[in-house]
Structures are given as C-alpha cells and as structure tokens.
Design a protein around this ligand. Structure first.
Ligand code: KIV
Length: 282
C-alpha cells in the first residue's frame, strides 16, 4: 500500500518531519523506497540533472510521463508526484486537466506538482475537484527563470515576502495537499510554515519547514561541478564513478579484464572438434 496524500498531511499534524527526494528512474526509486522515503518527485529538474539541458524549460510532458512510469515501476510504497512541465498547464483549464490526467493515468503518479501561487489557485482547485491531488510550488519557480532573471532567492523584500505569504495561503485554500517552498529566506519560510495547516516542504528554505526535499543527484555528489548552497552532498558518486571507469579502461588495456572468472566456457570435446573443422589461422 502506497503512502497517501492524507498520510503526508497527517505527518504535519503529528509533528513528524520527513524527507522527500527526486527520482527519475526505477533503480533509484527502488533504493529510495527501501530506505523509506515517503514522497518521490519526478521533478522537471530531470532536464538539468539527467538530460543535460541548461534549465527545466525544454522538458516535455512525454519526458515526465516516461520517467514517471519508470519511478512507479521501481517503487511500491512511496507517493509518486509527477512534475508538470513548462507550458503544460498554463494555456487553459482544459489543457491543465488533460495533462494532469495523463500524469495520473498514463504515468501512474498519485499526484502532480505545479509551479505558481495565487495565479494557479483556480487550476489547483479544479484539479483537486476532479480528484487529482496537487503539490504546490512557490518561491523560486524554475520554469519562470527568464521572468525572475535567474535562479535567485525570492521573498527578500517586505513586498516580496508578503506576496509569498499570500501565495502560500492561496495554494492551501485551493486544496493543495502540501507546498514546496524553494529558495526563500528561512524566517519567511518559518512564518509560512506556522500559518499553514498543510506541510511546507523546503528546498533552500531553511530548517523550519515541515519537510525537506532535495534533488537526489545533489545529495549523491553526482554533478560535482555545481553544488547549490542549499544542498549537502552525502556521497561523491561522480568521483567514484570516474575512478571505476578509469580502472576498467586500464584493466582492458592491460588485458587484465576480462579473465576466466568473467568468461564463459565450452566443453573440451566441442572445442577439439571445432578446431579440427576450422582451417588453421595464419
Ligand atoms: O524539479 C524539481 O526537482 C523540483 C524540486 C526542486 C522541488 O521542483
């Protein structure tokens, strides 16, 4: 039985802080599931950390559906949230309904995430009304990177902080089961967390949120050229992978891989007969 959105909401009521992570493939999802991470987000960060794009904007609904299906296949317990890509829910209510529906029906996700506060209120309300749970996302909303002028901390002025608080309330009133607060000052996040009854899930939002989400690749040290200030690498997988690939390459060149241990054999009589039948090599 998978974690439900009610379970996620209950964790706030019970004061249980939880961790969430992104996942894009079945193998990682299985590890995260075994570790007991209750919420896996198939984030559009996929574009940057898996597909090699500069930002999340080129990610398509087909990309998210493909990776969501893999994450669903790899997990049994976690709640799977599919991130709705840029311009797949902005054009009209019908478009939002259709694409969110595809994330649930074709992707197998149990919820969707979409970016935006007050401006997304009606959309969230409608999706929730037809039975699609929504995770909100406010603060630094990467799909608006061009509008925001870069990946910048949000809510630093009084006006901007007020707008964030209003956005958080709008997302909650519209029926979202939780809200991601990305890259906002810790004290502003604290004020929001204290005022909402749904869980606030921080990333770059300080220690006072009800939960914390991070991009798995950042936690694993998989992309060491850029480590955002708000993350902490718990492993150095890129270095380990490079060392492993280098050793493999050296062993192949030195003819120490593969050995008999990594090879398959044929019965002696088959080999003797085969040698007889073949002309001698030069
Ligand atoms: O796409 C993503 O990974 C996200 C998280 C940063 C919350 O939206």
């Amino acid at each position: 039985m998978r974690v439900t959105t009610s379970d996620i909401r209950k964790m706030k009521t019970e004061g249980k802080r939880f961790a969430a992570l992104t996942a894009y493939d079945a193998v990682t999802a299985r590890i995260l599931d075994e570790v007991g991470v209750p919420l896996l987000l198939v984030g559009d960060s996929l574009g940057m950390v898996v597909l090699g794009y500069e930002n999340t904007i080129p990610v398509t609904l087909a990309d998210i559906l493909y990776h969501t299906r893999a994450v669903v296949r790899g997990s049994r317990r976690a709640l799977i949230v599919a991130d709705m890509p840029f311009m797949t829910y902005h054009r009209s209510m019908d478009q939002a309904l259709e694409n969110a529906g595809r994330c649930i029906q074709e992707g197998g996700a149990q919820a969707v995430k979409l970016e935006g506060g007050r401006v997304m209120g009606e959309t969230i309300e409608r999706l929730v009304a037809v039975g699609i749970p929504v995770l909100g996302h406010i603060g630094l909303t990467p799909q608006s990177v061009h509008q925001l002028g870069g990946f910048k901390v949000q809510g630093k002025t009084l006006d901007a902080a007020r707008r964030l608080v209003d956005d958080a309330h709008a997302v909650e009133s519209a029926g979202a089961f939780a809200v991601v607060l990305e890259c906002i000052p810790a004290e502003v996040a604290r004020l929001i967390a204290e005022r909402l009854s749904i869980p606030t899930i921080g990333i770059g939002a300080g220690p006072f949120c009800d939960a914390e989400i991070q991009v798995s690749s950042d936690i694993l040290g998989w992309l060491p050229d850029f480590t955002p200030k708000h993350t902490r690498p718990y492993a150095q997988l890129a270095h380990e992978a490079a060392a492993a690939f280098r050793s493999f390459q050296e062993d192949v060149a030195a003819r120490s891989f593969p050995t008999a241990k990594e090879s398959f054999s044929v019965p002696d009589d088959v080999l003797v007969q085969l040698r007889k039948e073949l002309s001698p090599t030069r």
